[in-house]
Write a protein that binds this ligand. Sequence first.
Ligand SMILES: [Zn+2]
Length: 314
Amino acid sequence: MYKKDAIDRDLDARLKSVHLNEKQPQTSSNLSEQNSAYSSAPGSGATDVTTPETGAEEEEEQKEQKEQIQTRHPQPKKEPWYKKLSGVPLNTRPASPYTLNPPIDSDGLSWPSMGARERLESSPEEAGKREKRIAEAVKTILTELGEDPNREGLLETPERYARAMLFFTKGYEENIKDVIKRAVFEEDHDEMVIVKDIEIYSLCEHHLVPFFGKCHIAYIPNKKVLGLSKLARLAEMFSRRLQVQERLTKQIAIALSEILQPRGVAVVIEATHMCMVSRGVQKSGAITSTSCMLGCFRSQQKTRDEFLTLLGRN
Ligand SMILES: [Zn+2]
């Protein structure tokens, strides 16, 4: 805060000095008029030409200076409050689930993406403009790839791609509260609840290509259960964002843990990554498995074994 104030003051001072400098060319041109008045005397015609030029040069220099100063210290704009948090969520939310501040927001919008709230709250008109901007960027990509974005087959591709990308990342516009709604029920059930083979489609945030596979979710209730379809909806919400499989696994587990405060949660994801099978090492059969075990799934080998047996992995 103090630093920012100091920078602002510094900027103000600089801008003031620029304004002062701006007024000077006028006086110098006045001077040159005076000069020319003097120089109307015979024999001094040369100075007539040079003085206005130096005045223009000075003006240009000052303009340049002003531009430089502005680029170095851009004028602070009025921004929505959440933009001021830039960088904060990642610093304050530890990556590990075994800490007091797990990386989940109740509204799920400010982590990991800062623009998610802006996207959710944008008007239909703004959304249309966003789609157009993405399409323009895709045109650039097509051109750079050596393609002709104006040939018949590609004419509507940029718009189609923009819509597809917005769909693939629609999870940014959802949050836990809306997904769960009122599907948490009091129930005296304390046996393992398990939903297997939930299909997930996500985008690898390192290559922006899909990874997809199956997600298995289990939990042991502690007086509260969640509507079964909501487990799949949670997996869908988090997977429709730019992800790495490890984080996706963890986010589902922690979200469920926060919603139900159950005795334990286990999430296993088995996925095929296009960035792995279609390029680089090209191991077409490779499947990546990740798991996140919380509570009694973590502390009790027996519970973990039961879960893995039910998955057919033991
Ligand atoms: Zn990748």
